[in-house]
Design a protein around this ligand. Sequence first.
Ligand SMILES: Nc1ncnc2c1ncn2[C@@H]1O[C@H](COP(=O)(O)OP(=O)(O)O)[C@@H](O)[C@H]1O
Ligand SMILES: [Mg+2]
Length: 357
Amino acid sequence: MKCDYLTKAIQKLDLKNIQNKQISKIGEGAWHNVYKIEREFEEDIVIRIKKKVAYGHLQEYKENDLISEYESTKVYYQYANKCYFNICPTFFDYYLDESLVFTIESFMGKGNTLQSLNHTEAFSVGEKLGDFFSVMHSNPHDIKGFGTLKWCGIHLEGEIQKEANQIWQDDNDFYINVLKKLISTNLNFDTEIVADKILNIIGQRRRNQQRISLVNQDVTPENIILNLDNVSIIDPFPRLDFDLKYAGYFVFCYKFLLPAYSNAPRYRSSSYSQNANKMREIADGFIKGYTGNNVSLTKWIMSEYILWILLETYEHLEVLNEKDIGYKTLQQMGDEDIIKNRLIVCLKELENSCLTF
Ligand SMILES: Nc1ncnc2c1ncn2[C@@H]1O[C@H](COP(=O)(O)OP(=O)(O)O)[C@@H](O)[C@H]1O
Ligand SMILES: [Mg+2]
């Protein structure tokens, strides 16, 4: 089971007397090959070796980007564990070298597959996640700025440094611009219903500024270890952004985005479409866990859900307007036909959700 890079990582870590039978490959995402090391007298650990080639491209060694990425993971794990006991690995570290980049962290268990959860269990997993994200979003943090996290040499910062109120108004303006662009196309959808609803949402949203929180942009089931008694979150992609917007993002991913993407090469093996019902249960459980059945909070989250569909629809249109669809986009979204078909699905969901929520 050992690969050369893994042998080197084990040497670097100075782990003594590790035998082949203690090592197993437990996973692989787009960016890392992942191994578990079982240890007799200490906790099992996970070594994640950064792939040299991701999405068909040789990855250049960019030290500051790597520090930004892994410091963000570290900080997310620390904040998460502070507000929710052991929801993330308690131990995390990383090693950077031109020839080998890897992380080491606590093993969080094997977890159940989506397939194996029944509907009640799926709801309950979602509820726990909703409860966690609500606590996490209201947890005070001391990272300055907004947006993508960057390592500035001593600490992480959000790359946008502006008044929160200005960022909020820009965020709202952005949706209005996207709406205008979408309406100016000759796409076939009920522009009146969609425009009325979005303008109404943004009108109210401007007056209800959300909190800037440490949010997670990668909440796919691969990054959630689905144990029924203790759900864990791994491999986060944190940024500083608005709290309810990202509660809406979770719901959007599980109710719509992931099942809709299951025909893209990157997600074909994921079984999201077969498990679409369970993913919807997870989303419903999430809303209950996040809001505690608070009607007005639920309404805000569903408004954010609509705004995410608006952006997704527009992104499909933009990709179709490009001269060439790049390799990464082809993998993540699919080819031109798939994107065209999904654009229609997005427009339908946009209309429906504008009528329903
Ligand atoms: N700390 C961990 N504990 C248990 N399983 C893990 C851990 N880290 C990764 N894995 C397993 O490895 C898979 C891929 O790991 P991940 O870190 O998400 O890779 P990538 O960064 O490429 O997305 C996960 O879906 C999970 O099954
Ligand atoms: Mg992952």
